[in-house]
Design a binder for this molecule. Sequence first.
Ligand SMILES: O=C(O)CCC(=O)C(=O)O
Length: 271
Amino acid sequence: MTAPTETALLSPDEIDAYHRDGYIIPRWRFSPEDVGRMLNAVERVIASNPDHRPERLVCPHIPGGATKPIAGEHHADFLSFGTTVGLTSILRQLVGPDVLMWGSQLFCKPASIGMAIPWHQDGDYWPIRPLANVSAWIAIDPATRENGCLRIIPGSHRDGLAPHVQDNRQNIALDQTVAPEHLDEARAIDLELEPGQLALFDVYLMHGSNANTSGKRRAGQVYRYMPSTSLFDRSMPDKVNASGHQVKYQKRPVFQVLGTDPGANTLVRQI
Ligand SMILES: O=C(O)CCC(=O)C(=O)O
């Protein structure tokens, strides 16, 4: 795996930019060897799960996944990508010394028929008290305007949670979207990324992506990180999400990627 280097660290200006804009694309990136392992893991998880939409493979880093069960032996690889030194050095600067990885999702949009992800903010429905989270979205394929790269609205995290409304369009991966009067799409920017590059973003940053109608697949893997001073609240009731999948937090393991836990969190796995 990639060794720690000075370039893994964000400069003070980059940390300020993260807080001001709600996201950062660091200079550090995963190595070509890491990307090769990611591509291999993506092929395997998709081949083992033909009845899953590849945009909706939730928690491939856990045996059996989460929500809709995921078959196959790929979880150790997905866990290792989310705990790579370099990424964790950046997390130390953005989250703090004690960090838990509690979620992940493969958003692999197939060529021609890849789903759009409506504009949304994360967080409202997440079981983290107090709410704090940095997401790291890693490009595994080239992510371009044409194949539906991640889009964000810089600074939109600063006003906190905006109202969301039902989105009933076809071929979308979420059924909620930011209420139109709270969305200024003219300010949106496309995060075009090469394989191995990543974007880290705040829990309240408005983000989404267009459908992939191009001839090229767009695979990206996102990991979710919280400070272990917050509580992963297992008392949140089970629910069925828009995809018809069961969301349950009671038994999900969380992974200590940095530091220690003050003791409030349960099912904490050391890595
Ligand atoms: O992969 C995408 O286009 C959307 C990702 C996303 O919504 C997320 O990481 O929360």
